[in-house]
Design a protein around this ligand. Structure first.
Ligand SMILES: [Zn+2]
Ligand SMILES: [Zn+2]
Length: 354
């Protein structure tokens, strides 16, 4: 018997319809099975702990104060051996750490480069997450002069929430002694521009002053572990201090603001009579570094790799990247990356180094 083409098509459509009806009827058990599977794999996975011994850089926020759905506020995670540190914690970055499966309860310390709002927006949230991770002592928060005010302010703002959580879950689960942060002020003596601020279990962190006027103090940080080094510029205008701190570093994480693009924004605001935003756009290039300047610093500092972060302006399409990076490859021959939230750059420890 030979079936007509039309009958075959109708037959197939009927089968598809039956399958769709079965899937629809089973949509709740299907959702339940998917949820349980995803939950178990998320709980069991610990990608940060599984990283090889080394000094690794995670991007928990590559953005700036400008709204960008793909970039949380400034945040860099450093995984050095078994220790995890966070440098700056902008808006949305604490949640980004969650997406990256970083065990926030295990974070050893937070380092703030300076107190512009975009670098501290997420501090309360991260301190809370770290406490929820079962800590009996507050998290140390390093920063320049004034860090006490910032940490005390967040501690005060979260005080009510912390009371509720102790009341909800009990003091043995949410230990009152572990809530909030402890300010660890970095005060350099007059004329001193850098110094070691952390030295434990093979990890050495050096803070150094950078120019970000009128913000003072503004700091960058150099992390060393296992014969490797990573330098984070913080917010700065083009600075020899960053190149000096890098001095052959494996990764230089440098802020980048394309001054030409910001100039285009300034003109657009001027055209529309928005003096407020036009003035802000004319001011910011003076205390930030362009991608080409960051590349020059990377060359001067003999960085093995340059990762641009704190991206200004937003780059909503990859088509804008060549314009953003215009001139960078002429200034620096090494690898240059535009940081992307969630990425981890891995640097294995050198053999024999610790
Ligand atoms: Zn900033
Ligand atoms: Zn800043």
């Amino acid at each position: 018997m030979k079936l007509s083409k039309r009958k075959v098509i109708w037959g197939l459509l009927f089968i598809l319809l039956i399958l769709a009806a079965i899937a629809y009827a089973a949509r709740v058990p299907i959702g339940k099975a998917l949820f349980e599977r995803a939950l178990n794999s998320a709980i069991d996975s610990n990608p940060i702990a599984d990283l090889p011994d080394g000094l690794h850089v995670g991007i928990c926020g590559s953005g700036s104060p400008m709204p960008d759905p793909t970039r949380a506020g400034p945040c860099t995670m450093i995984r050095a051996g078994k220790q995890t540190f966070i440098v700056d914690i902008g808006g949305g970055a604490a949640r980004r750490l969650g997406e990256m499966r970083v065990q926030t309860g295990g974070i050893r310390a937070i380092f703030l480069t300076h107190f512009h709002s975009d670098h501290i927006d997420g501090l309360g949230e991260l301190m809370l997450m770290r406490w929820t991770g079962g800590n009996a002592a507050p998290i140390p928060v390093y920063g320049g002069e004034g860090v006490e005010t910032v940490v005390e302010g967040f501690n005060a703002a979260y005080a009510h929430d912390e009371e509720y959580r102790v009341a909800h879950h009990g003091a043995d689960i949410m230990m009152p002694s572990g809530r909030g942060g402890t300010a660890m002020p970095i005060n350099f003596a007059e004329g001193i521009a850098s110094g070691v601020v952390y030295n434990k279990d093979g990890v050495v962190v050096t803070a150094f002053r950078v120019p970000h006027d009128p913000v003072s103090p503004a700091l960058g940080y150099r992390f060393e572990y296992g014969g490797r080094s990573v330098v984070i510029s913080g917010d700065t205008s083009k600075s020899d201090a960053v190149a000096k701190a890098c001095n052959g570093c494996d990764i230089l994480v440098h802020e980048a603001l394309n001054k030409e693009m910001v100039g285009v924004m300034q003109a657009a605001f001027e055209e529309r009579g928005n003096k407020q935003l036009a003035k802000i756009m004319s001011d910011i290039p003076g205390y930030h570094t362009s991608p080409v300047e960051a590349a020059q610093v990377a060359k001067q500092g003999k960085a093995k790799m340059l990762v641009l972060t704190h991206i200004v302006p937003q780059l909503p399409t990859p088509l804008l990247k060549p314009y953003f990076l215009d001139g960078v490859s002429d200034a620096y021959g090494g690898t240059v990356k535009i940081a992307k939230d969630g990425e981890i750059y891995q640097i294995p420890a050198k053999d024999g180094a610790q």
